[in-house]
Design a protein around this ligand. Structure first.
Ligand code: PPS
Length: 294
């Protein structure tokens, strides 16, 4: 193994949430993070459309200027708050260097959000995606992104996911936790499936939430530049500039399929029935609804 090789490692636990050990080491700095009042937080469970939403927001912040949005890779333009890994700047270090107004990415469950986002009254956009597509996307991501433990077979990974034994813990608790807090915070809660169905309507919702007005041709440019096909071929958006020791796109590209309903190509009938039953139990009593395909 070369010196730059990232080693697959078992996850640690941060207040009961399974997480990468290097992120846990950096936790004291994250917990003490000082948000600025004009920070916009993009919060998601992993594989739920974070990069898509990040690119849309960077385009909005730069008035649809495609060249400005190519100035750096997405993981530098929208720093990942709790990220810490050997030999690359941490999310906190990147954020300190980022001029306001900043876009900040996090996958933290709502109960672990650093207090200062609330204290400063920062706006937050949460995006959720149906769990069947999340688990498939996550399974491929575990294979290509080397900081994860070996995912095993899909059947094993499905069990781990349902039991909340994957990085960032239970999908159910994550989506429900953020949903229940949406009244208390300045929070816009979006769905990947709605964005697939009608991206123009969802971008309009974002603009309204931000209190921004943008010309119709700018909206059209934003929609074109943030389509899956455009983002897949854009080196500033597709993660191909990440060191290959961290992400191996030959195992599975970061921009993999970008559709809703790919789980149907992977789940067996029995797995689907078991998943549906588990889903019913864990979503009982919630008015939060997901579309499993569009
Ligand atoms: S991460 O690592 O958690 O930040 O990943 P995240 O960006 O949340 O999710 C990656 C999945 O989002 C898909 N994606 C898109 N779908 C539709 N349109 C656009 N523009 C887009 N950009 C990224 C990406 O392909 C991953 O989903 P899968 O199902 O694996 O293709």
């Amino acid at each position: 193994m070369g010196v730059d090789e990232v080693c697959r490692e078992e996850l640690g636990s941060l207040h009961g949430i399974p997480l990468y050990k290097s992120f846990i080491e950096g936790w004291p700095q994250v917990e003490a993070f000082q948000a600025r009042h004009d920070d916009l937080l993009i919060a998601t469970y992993p594989k739920s459309g974070t990069t898509w939403l990040s690119e849309i927001l960077d385009m909005i912040y730069h008035d649809g200027d495609v060249e400005k949005c190519r100035r750096d890779a997405i993981f530098n333009r929208v720093p990942f708050l709790e990220m810490k890994a050997p030999r690359i700047p941490s999310g906190i270090e990147l954020l300190e260097k980022t001029p306001s107004p900043r876009l900040v990415k996090t996958h933290l469950p709502v109960q672990l959000l650093p207090a200062s986002f609330q204290e400063k009254g920062c706006k937050i956009i949460y995006m959720a995606r149906n769990p069947k597509d999340v688990v498939i996307s996550y399974y491929y991501f575990y294979q290509m992104a080397k900081m994860h433990p070996d995912p095993g077979t899909l059947a094993e990974f499905l069990e781990a996911f349902m039991n909340g034994k994957v990085a960032y813990g239970s999908w159910y608790e994550h989506v429900r936790g953020w949903w229940e807090k949406r009244q208390e915070k300045q929070l816009l809660y979006l769905f990947y499936e709605d964005m697939k169905k009608d991206p123009r309507r969802e971008v309009q919702k974002i603009l309204q939430f931000l209190g921004k007005e943008v010309a119709e041709e700018t909206v059209a440019r934003i929609l074109h530049h943030t389509s899956f096909q455009e983002m897949k071929k854009n080196p500033a958006a597709n993660y191909e500039t990440m060191p290959s020791s961290m992400m191996d796109h030959s195992l599975s590209p970061f921009m993999r399929k970008g559709i809703s309903g790919d789980w149907k190509n992977h789940f067996t009938v029995a797995q689907n029935e078991r998943f549906d039953q588990h889903y019913q139990q864990h979503m009982a009593g919630s008015d939060l609804c997901f579309q499993m395909e569009v």
